[in-house]
Design a protein around this ligand. Structure first.
Ligand SMILES: Nc1ncnc2c1ncn2[C@@H]1O[C@H](COP(=O)(O)OP(=O)(O)OP(=O)(O)O)[C@@H](O)[C@H]1O
Length: 271
């Protein structure tokens, strides 16, 4: 079953700026998809349209093979914006995490258990009683992601979910998303950073500066397509670029793959 089916999506901002060039995108249940593109390509605009937060100028989005609107599916779809402060508007972090479940009428006992688990998972213990505006940028990011996941959604749309997050907390967030995905949650993230993509997605949708899809495929296929990446102004993963420049065929996408490759080369030399 597909989770999301978008046809011919485009959008016009009130000042006349047009974003997105007729996006066609189908995402199947349980996929991990990265929307990759340069600044201004329309990634945030696309995620907000996919989340049903804006009305498209053209086209439509269908969810879970139904005719229901995103508004009627708030228990199944979550969106976390690029600026975490936009998602944190209550007096305390705890209240922000309670907000979604309360809106959906989830009983207090269930919600409290869920929020305690999310606080532990996202390193928010000790921050729950603080006003969100007193948190650091990275803490706000973790709080906003936890708040988005508090409704236990089937589809999550996350706008640059690890921007401005340190290495340890980045792994904490990525591990939390992996656990959700292993349990069946469909995960769509936007990022301008190709280095992040192999860690967070299996499929990449590459947007150009006009907001059109120029590539849609498996991570390796898209991230080794240097021509397409360069045409839209996105650098390949740094490790990939290093191996390409050094003349290696079939370059690795991650540091782990690079280490394997170099170990192989060293072993071959030793033999
Ligand atoms: N509120 C707005 N009013 C007018 N134009 C806007 C508005 N928000 C975004 N835009 C324009 O829409 C286009 C797409 O912006 P969007 O924020 O979706 O891009 P993005 O790919 O998410 O960029 P980034 O990587 O910088 O976050 C850009 O040209 C941008 O200037």
């Amino acid at each position: 079953m597909n989770t999301l089916d978008a046809r011919d999506l485009s959008f016009a901002y009130p000042d006349g700026t047009t974003a997105l060039g007729g996006i066609d995108l189908t995402i199947e249940a349980g996929e991990r998809v990265a929307i990759l593109g340069p600044n201004g390509a329309g990634k945030s605009t696309l995620l907000s349209l996919l989340a049903g937060l804006r009305d498209p100028a053209s086209g439509e989005v269908r969810y879970f093979g139904t005719d229901e609107s995103a508004d009627d599916l708030r228990d199944r779809i979550a969106h976390c914006p690029q600026t975490p402060a936009d998602y944190l508007f209550n007096a305390t972090v705890r209240e922000d995490l309670e907000y979604g479940p309360a809106q959906l009428g989830i009983d207090r006992g269930t919600a409290t258990g869920r929020i305690d688990a999310l606080a532990a998972e996202f390193g928010l213990d000790g921050l729950l009683e603080k006003p969100p505006f007193r948190l650091s940028g990275g803490e706000q990011r973790r709080a906003s992601l936890a708040a988005a996941l508090a409704v236990d959604p089937e589809l999550v749309l996350l706008d640059e979910p690890v921007a401005d997050v340190d290495a340890d907390h980045r792994e904490m967030i990525l591990d939390a998303l992996d656990r959700r995905n292993e349990a069946g949650t469909t995960i769509v993230v936007s990022t301008p950073d190709a280095d992040l993509v192999p860690r967070i997605a299996d499929r990449v949708v590459l947007l150009d500066r006009t907001g059109s899809i120029v590539r849609d495929g498996q991570v390796r296929e898209v991230l080794t397509d240097h021509e397409s990446l360069s045409a839209v102004g996105v650098s390949p993963p740094r490790v990939t670029e290093a191996f390409v420049r050094a003349g290696f065929p079939d370059p690795p996408l991650t540091v782990e793959e690079a280490v394997d490759r170099l170990t192989q080369v060293t072993d071959d030399v030793d033999e």
